[in-house]
Write a protein that binds this ligand. Structure first.
Ligand code: C5J
Length: 221
C-alpha cells in the first residue's frame, strides 16, 4: 500500500489491485479534421494531455498492472445505438454519418481508433462501449473482477462526459476511483474544473484526484 497525495485527502494506492482505465482517446475526438473539431471544438486542448497519458500508461505497464482502453463506438448497422442518441447532434454530423475519418463513431472506422501515441499493446483489454459509461452494455465488470481489480485510476476524455460517467458507475460498484487530473481534459475548461469539484466534494463522494506524477510515484514507477 502506498499513500499518495490527492484531493480531497491522500489516496491509499494498492499496488496489487489497481488498474488504469483510459477513456476514449480516439482520433475522432482528438485529431484535426475529426468529429470533435467538426462540431466546433478546439481539439488542441485534448491533444495536450497525450504526453502525460502516455507516461501514465507506461508507468502501469512498467509496474505490471493492467491497462484498459475504451472506445465510444457502435456496430456498423447502429443496432446498439438507441434512437434517442442517434437523433442527437448536428444533422449530417451524427453517429454513423460519413465524416472526415469515415463513418462517425462506428467500430472499425479510422476515426473510432485510439490515437497512435496511446495505442494499446497486444494483450491489453479494449472495451467498445455504446454509451458514455464504460460499464453499460459491456464486459468491463467481468474483466475487472477476473483481474482482481478493486481500484481504478482514470485518464481520458472528456472529463465531464465519458470519464465522469464511468467513474460514477465504478464508484457505485464499489471501486476506489482516482482521476489523473493532467491526463484528462474537456473541450470546455470550466466543465473539467466543475467535474473535478463534483468528484472530490463531500469527502470524495465519487473519488479522488491527483497528478500523474503522484500516481507514478505511488506505483514505484
Ligand atoms: C463524448 C466522450 N463527449 N468520450 N464522449 O461524447 O466523452
Amino acid at each position: 500500500m502506498a499513500e499518495i497525495p490527492a484531493a480531497p485527502f491522500p489516496f491509499p494506492l494498492d499496488r496489487g489491485t489497481v488498474g488504469l482505465i483510459v477513456i476514449d482517446m480516439q482520433r475522432d475526438f482528438l485529431e484535426h479534421g475529426g468529429f470533435g473539431e467538426s462540431l466546433g471544438n478546439d481539439v488542441t486542448r485534448l491533444q495536450a494531455i497525450v504526453p502525460a497519458t502516455a507516461r501514465l500508461i507506461q508507468g502501469f505497464r512498467a509496474a505490471g498492472r493492467p491497462v484498459i482502453h475504451t472506445r465510444e463506438c457502435h456496430r456498423p448497422d447502429l443496432s446498439d445505438c438507441p434512437p434517442a442518441k442517434l437523433a442527437r447532434g448536428r444533422p449530417g454530423l451524427r453517429i454513423g454519418d460519413e465524416g472526415a475519418m469515415r463513418r462517425i463513431l462506428v467500430k472499425g472506422e479510422p476515426g473510432a481508433e485510439i490515437v497512435p501515441e496511446l495505442f494499446p499493446e497486444p494483450g491489453e483489454t479494449v472495451i467498445d462501449k455504446p454509451g458514455k459509461g464504460a460499464f453499460y452494455a459491456t464486459g468491463l465488470g467481468d474483466v475487472l473482477s477476473a483481474g482482481g481489480i478493486t481500484q481504478l485510476v482514470f485518464a481520458g476524455v472528456t472529463t465531464e462526459v465519458c470519464v465522469q460517467t464511468t467513474m460514477r458507475e465504478a464508484n457505485d460498484r464499489g471501486f476506489e476511483c482516482l482521476l489523473a487530473e493532467d491526463a484528462t481534459e474537456s473541450y470546455f475548461p470550466e466543465f473539467k474544473r466543475a467535474a473535478i469539484e463534483m468528484i472530490t466534494a463531500q469527502g470524495a463522494i465519487v473519488g479522488w484526484v491527483a497528478p500523474v506524477d503522484a500516481v507514478l510515484a505511488g506505483l514505484g514507477a
